[in-house]
Design a protein around this ligand. Structure first.
Ligand code: ARG
Length: 464
């Protein structure tokens, strides 16, 4: 037994100590210690189940429970010594448990492998982080509702191709963002259904010869049920990819909100003001106030989407069952979680404090012939003209407006009548921005009345 490095995992098999660099290269404890409390939670359930089937004695279980409680305390207080000699979070905790309670600690790993253990830990970890993400998402949704309510009547230009298209209300715009986030919330909840399946009991890959009660362990850990195939259980990371995809989409949504906020704060748009607390200055240009929070969130969207690609590529072509490759799933996943939570939090804090500049938005809507469609609809609805002919008439009126630097509402009745004699005085009601938005009064439309109905519907949805 000389020459044997007794510190090494499964040391009896090895005649040579691990190369010092390889030890560092292969260790995951520096990052997977984040799942320590989930690892302990899983071990407690596993030990309870082992005792119930007579593999552990009641004394063993009590000792394991006590030892793990102490380890949990040490970790929470930051007093636990992590060692790369023990490679990962699982071995570090098991080694400490054995230090503390002796032989009972060595029995904990009966009928289990790190392969099913790690898959279980990640699922427990993600399940709890998704809870936090959903909380922040909801905070942001509530913030958007608050702004939408305040700005239900505020008129702004709506854009297609980033050209002024038709007037809308700022509240309606906020509710568009709200809808995106509602789908995000549903996607996360859906992803949880597949996260909440328990791999524990698959052991290394084929299951175990002990008469384990997987339903019991699953229920102790709050999983919906045990997984149905041991090979798939230790190798599957679909749930992590699905989560990263949902996270990427949320970040893509936030990047779109960000882009609009950045545009709107520019001197060229000047639609909104972002409070100083969410901006920074320039080290050289004293006049600058930069919209850092939205810009940074826009940038971070790329980072999270990159993690999704990493995870997809990690799994591509992997043979069954567990492969060490899978250790690479954690860093991208953890960073998705952190980046997403922080970005949502920054947005939820910032949005209620964004100030709108209603006059500027109103003027911008007027400048872009935003009521041209209303004029066409008026000719069709009230004057019996075919839509294509009306489109032509309005095109001529807009051209006159462009040439003379005036909005449609600023042309005289006689000027308008030269393009369509049937136009009467009442045309000016519909050429007003207020008339244009109020007319779009059906479910999903931009009329302030509809925006208020959408807010009420959204509030009820958030309550349920
Ligand atoms: N640290 C490993 C991981 O993150 C735990 C599982 C190790 N299993 C093994 N057979 N080496 O995937």
């Amino acid at each position: 037994m000389t020459n044997i490095n007794t510190e090494k995992l499964s040391s009896a098999r090895f005649a040579e100590a691990t190369d010092a660099f390889v030890e560092e290269f292969t260790a995951s404890v520096s990052f997977d210690q984040r799942m320590a409390l989930q690892d302990i939670q899983g071990s407690l359930a596993h030990a309870t189940m082992l005792e119930s089937i007579g593999i552990l004695t009641a004394e063993d279980l009590t000792a394991i429970q006590k030892g793990l409680a102490q380890i949990s305390d040490e970790i929470k207080r930051g007093e636990f010594t992590w060692s790369i000699k023990q490679e990962d979070v699982h071995m570090n905790i098991e080694a400490r448990l054995t230090d503390l309670i002796g032989i009972a600690g060595k029995k904990l790993h009966t009928g289990r492998s790190r392969n099913d253990q790690v898959a279980t830990d990640i699922r427990l970890y993600l399940r709890s982080e998704i809870g936090e993400i959903l909380k922040q998402l909801r905070r942001l949704q509530l913030a958007l509702l608050e702004v939408a309510e305040r700005e239900a009547d505020t008129i702004m230009p709506g854009f297609t191709h980033l050209q002024v298209a038709q007037p809308v209300t700022f509240g309606h715009h906020m509710m568009a963002w709200f809808e995106m986030l509602s789908r995000d919330q549903q996607r996360l909840q859906d992803c949880c259904k597949r996260i909440n399946i328990m791999p524990l009991g698959a052991a290394a890959l084929a299951g175990t010869s002990y008469p384990i009660d997987r339903f019991m362990t699953a229920s102790l850990l709050g999983f919906e049920r045990p997984s149905y195939n041991s090979l798939d259980s230790v190798s599957d990371r679909d749930f992590a990819i699905e989560f990263a995809a949902a996270a990427s989409l949320i970040m893509v949504h936030l990047s779109r909100f960000s882009e609009e906020l950045v545009l709107w704060t520019s001197a060229q748009f000047d639609f909104i003001d972002i409070p100083d607390a969410f901006c920074t200055g320039s080290s050289i240009m004293p006049q600058k106030k930069n919209p850092d929070v939205p810009e940074l969130v826009r940038g971070k969207a790329g980072r999270v989407t990159g993690h999704l690609m990493s995870l997809l590529m990690l799994m591509k072509s992997q043979p069954l069952a567990y492969n060490k490759d899978n250790q690479e799933d954690k860093e991208p996943l953890f960073d998705c979680v952190d980046t997403l939570i922080n970005s949502l939090r920054a947005f939820a804090d910032m949005m209620p404090r964004v100030q709108t500049k209603a006059d500027n938005m109103y003027k911008a809507a007027k400048r872009g012939f935003a009521t041209a469609t209303d004029l066409a609809d008026y000719l069709v609805r009230d004057k019996g003209m075919a839509f294509r002919d009306a489109h032509e008439v309005v095109g001529l009126a807009v051209r006159l407006g462009v040439e003379t630097g005036r909005d449609l509402s600023e042309l005289s009745l006689t000027e308008l009548q030269q393009f369509a004699p049937s136009i009467s005085e009442d045309v000016f009601d519909i050429l007003k921005l207020e008339g244009s938005v109020a007319a779009r009064n059906h479910i999903g439309g931009t009329a302030p009345e509809q925006v208020r109905a959408a807010i009420a519907r959204a509030r009820a949805e958030l309550q349920s």
